[in-house]
Ligand binder design. Structure first.
Ligand SMILES: NC(=O)c1ccc[n+]([C@@H]2O[C@H](COP(=O)([O-])OP(=O)(O)OC[C@H]3O[C@@H](n4cnc5c(N)ncnc54)[C@H](OP(=O)(O)O)[C@@H]3O)[C@@H](O)[C@H]2O)c1
Length: 177
């Protein structure tokens, strides 16, 4: 069975980017970057929206990229393990035939929404940086960030949190296992 892990960094008011195209690496802590690198090493596959993929291209990583541009699963380039996938048309079985191993879900908002709504996620890591954006790209559309912990606890996730540096960055983990 595929293990699905969702990971993102956000401001204390729950925004994953200041605007579409904002690169979180400009405001995330070193500790979060190290944490993300470890997660990437430990997961065979990544899944993300087209914009996130285009902002962080990397031909060496195995990726499924959500896009509505294609109705069929489409390999982006020959010899590169990256595929466009459209959940409006493609079956989930096709996704799981493609990936078969651990999957790291890497945003953005509607990809978070999709996986949470479909109840596919085993583990969630959220790095909350000590920043306030007031506006931007939210982590989810249908849940207020401040309501996320009770929302997940009601759905059977246990949660822990730890300070990861002296600046006040917090790593919040939710797990069903
Ligand atoms: N802080 C973090 O941890 C973090 C993580 C990820 C991203 N980000 C930031 O968030 C921003 C991008 O996020 P975003 O939410 O604007 O865009 P995004 O999710 O990366 O990409 C949106 C595109 O993905 C495709 N897509 C998304 N959900 C889909 C679905 N259910 N079915 C089919 N296609 C789907 C669509 O592509 P088509 O237009 O091709 O149909 C859509 O236009 C960037 O600034 C990025 O750096 C931050």
């Amino acid at each position: 069975m595929i293990k699905y892990t969702l990971a993102f960094a956000c401001s204390s008011d729950g925004f994953i980017a200041k605007y579409s195209g904002d690169n979180p690496f400009e405001w995330t802590s070193l500790e979060d970057k190290n944490h993300l690198n470890t997660l990437i090493k430990n997961h065979k596959w990544q899944v993300m929206g087209r914009k996130t993929h285009e902002l962080n291209p990397n031909d060496t990583r195995s990726r499924v990229i959500f896009s509505r541009k294609y109705q069929e699963i489409k390999q982006i380039k020959n010899s590169i393990n990256q595929f466009y996938f459209n959940p409006d048309f493609n079956q989930w079985e096709e996704f799981e035939n493609l990936c078969q191993e651990s999957v790291l879900v890497l945003g953005g908002t509607s990809v978070h929404d999709y996986f949470l709504y479909a109840d596919l996620i085993d583990e969630i890591f959220i790095t909350i940086e000590p920043l306030t954006f007031n506006e931007g790209i939210p982590a989810f559309t249908y849940i207020n960030f401040k309501d996320l912990t009770p929302y997940l606890e009601e759905r059977g996730y246990r949660h822990t949190e730890q300070k990861i540096n002296d600046g006040g960055s917090l790593l919040v983990s939710f797990s069903k296992t």
